[in-house]
Design a protein around this ligand. Sequence first.
Ligand SMILES: *Cc1c(COP(=O)(O)O)cnc(C)c1O
Length: 429
Amino acid sequence: MKDHEQFPLIPVKRAQGVWLEDYDGKRYLDAISSWWVNLFGHCNPRINAALRDQLDQLEHVLLAGFTHEPVIELSERLIRLAPAGLTRCFYADSGSAAVEIALKMSYHYWRNAGQTNKTKFITLTNSYHGETLGALAAGNVALYKEIYAPLLMEVISVTSPDCFYREAGESCSDYSRRMFAHMEQALEKHAAEACAVIVEPLVQCAGGMRMYDPVYLTLLREACSRHGVHLIADEVAVGFGRTGTMFACEQANITPDFLCLGKGLTGGYLPLSAVLTTDEIYQAFYDDYATRRGFLHSHSYTGNALACRAALATLEIFEQDNVLENNQQLARAMRNASAHFADHAHVAEVRQTGMILAIEMVLDKATRTSYPWQERCGLRVCQHALENGVLLRPLGDVIYFMPPYVITPDEIKHVAEMAWRGITLATRD
Ligand SMILES: *Cc1c(COP(=O)(O)O)cnc(C)c1O
């Protein structure tokens, strides 16, 4: 908050499409989708219309003992879209809550199955799964986690397949395959005590948009099944077309035991998250009350009707507009607009998976030495961009573009141009 003595908060009066507008009429291009939630622009006419209609019918009703049309329709649609075998939906209101639910349900499944030794989770280094205590424990970004360490459950941490660290000349797929040996070892050693492996498929977003190859997920699915450990795919950030497919898991042709969804689920309108799981897991809880096998987890706003309606309108846009196909062109525009960044003296890598493009800055390119964190190099880039009407936010010294899918190729060029200027100014010796 103290930073804002120098950089005052920007009060946003209205927004339209990719543009935000403040009270002085200054406009900002939202190149990070308001923290990865917005898919089809602000004040999207179709989502607005659906919400207006819903407002006059039903805003909310408890989802215990009651149900409603938007939540039923949304569940049916999500199941149709998701990898085959995911046939049950459980709703919550944030990505963190979705992760908590998947962790608890996995543990509880094994308990109901008589496997009371299974109490641990396997997680990747540099992963992020949210801020609540369980999700924070499952994640691995020191910046967010370290202070709270005494409050957190212990997890089994495995080195990430993060391809930033591949050898010169090594392909991302070779590296991901090679790094899987660490996971295989961990599973061999800990399967008896492990409930689940939790991963962010393909992109470790909050960990600096670090990427890995789908082959890792294919190997992971096979190994989890072989060792009797669940696989939790946290697609809160990468779901809904971000990586080029509707869900990142599709690129590895796998079905996880739990699929966590959030962020873009409502097109960036309202807080809603979902955990999709298999009928096998559902059945492990389905029993007479007296057996005490039920999953007693609820949130006040679970399955909120307005949020579900916004999600339905969002999924309708995917269906009507050929979004994934159009995104291929936008992704290409992002790649072309940023290709020259790789030649910059202080850029170590430009990497991309679908509609996520990241630029990693370093002090010394040859040795990949980072800037001292106190210099806040990434922050300075974003401040330059903001002054020029482009909203970016750094992840350390990583600058990334993760725009709404309604951005135009010209707007992409503009974003890249402002990022280039910012990087050049911020890294000047
Ligand atoms: C943002 C995020 C979360 C947490 O979602 P919130 O809605 O912020 O609680 C969980 N997992 C991943 C991968 C995320 O990017």
